[in-house]
Ligand binder design. Structure first.
Ligand code: GLV
Ligand code: GLV
Length: 335
């Protein structure tokens, strides 16, 4: 058997590439910013054993079927809605992701943008820079909403959702959650209350989303759900854009049926420059930077590399998304 071949769809940290090079010949798409074109991936996949891709690469059934000797698709992300996992499983291809390492970093960002919208941090910064700060202090200048002591509603109590819940304790908040799985252990440990989604939406002052994007969570928050929220409540999203019906959200924000939103993810990324959301002042927008800390992005790259190399060496990868694949193509150690 010759050396395995790997294609990496973006320039990553050198350490991660070196790790893969110990076991395989690696080709890297030489761009740090711009995604590899779809047709290029379709072409490259024809003779590679491993693909390391990003959440911006759409790895659909067509690409997967073209990958005749493809054994592993390693996603540089925790979310893997960009990959047709079912098609991969059918063909015996291992799909891996990078959970765990980005949990705390993403929870930090959820809090950063929650606080930013509540206390109008971005607006206040723009105000100062625009020279609008002409009176030293005003009893009604830039009034926001308190965070401490309020009710936080967490939708999706996975790793990230529970990391967000832990932080809420420091703000002395009441924390309620909705998930398809009840987590009585966490309810006890963190003092959380389980609520059906409708109840949560009615009661929370801050609703924060931490579900993966699936058929079931697509547009989970639409017009009906937004109408259940209090007019004083805020919506925070650091999960995937399409969990919210963005058009419905725009209307709710524009008509002030909810107080505001803080969004790190969008139905279309990057957001269109003429998207009407950009004109609203009751929204904070960040460019999908949930996991974007130096430390975490490095760890993610190493884990994505380890996952990929494991499968190529015929050993169980640390983070397998589709365990059913083991029956279709059991791993046999090489070397
Ligand atoms: C980022 O959005 C990720 O899924 O890792
Ligand atoms: C992500 O890792 C989650 O489970 O929330």
């Amino acid at each position: 058997m010759g050396r395995a071949k790997v294609f990496v769809t973006r320039k990553l940290f050198d350490e991660a590439i070196s790790l893969i090079e110990e076991y395989a010949d690696v080709e890297v798409y030489e761009s740090e910013e711009e995604p590899a074109p779809y047709d290029l991936i379709l072409d490259k996949v024809r003779d590679i054993d491993g693909l390391l891709c990003l959440l911006t690469d759409k790895i659909d059934a067509r690409i997967i079927e073209a990958g005749e000797c493809l054994k592993v698709i390693s996603n540089y992300a925790v979310g893997y809605d960009n990959i047709d996992v079912e098609a991969a499983t059918k063909r015996g291809i291992y799909v891996t992701n990078t959970p765990g390492v980005l949990t705390e970093t993403t929870a930090d960002l959820a809090w950063a943008i929650l606080m930013a919208i509540a206390r109008r941090v971005v607006e206040a910064d723009k105000y100062v820079r625009a020279g609008k700060w002409v009176h030293a202090w005003g009893p009604k200048m830039m009034l926001g909403s308190d965070v401490h002591g309020k009710t936080l509603g967490i939708v999706g109590l996975g790793r990230i959702g529970s990391a967000v819940a832990r932080r809420a304790k420091g703000f002395n908040m009441r924390v309620i959650y909705y998930d398809v799985f009840r987590r009585e252990d966490l309810e006890r440990e963190l003092g959380l209350e389980y609520k059906p989604l409708e109840e949560l939406l009615k009661e929370a002052d801050y609703v924060t989303l931490h579900v993966p994007l699936t058929k079931e969570t697509y547009h989970l928050i639409g017009e009906k759900e937004l109408d259940l929220m209090k007019p004083t409540a805020y919506l925070i999203n650091t999960s995937r854009g399409a969990v919210i019906d963005q058009k419905a959200l725009y209307k709710a924000l524009k008509e002030r049926r909810i107080a505001g939103a803080a969004l790190d993810v969008f139905e279309k990324e990057p957001i269109d420059p003429d998207d009407p959301l950009l004109e609203l002042d009751n929204v904070v927008l960040t460019p999908h930077i949930g996991s974007a800390s130096v430390e975490t992005r490095k760890k993610m790259a190493m884990i994505a590399a380890e996952n990929l190399v494991s499968v190529l060496r015929g050993v169980e990868p640390p983070n397998l998304v589709n365990p059913e694949v083991r029956r279709i193509r059991p791993l046999k150690p090489r070397e």
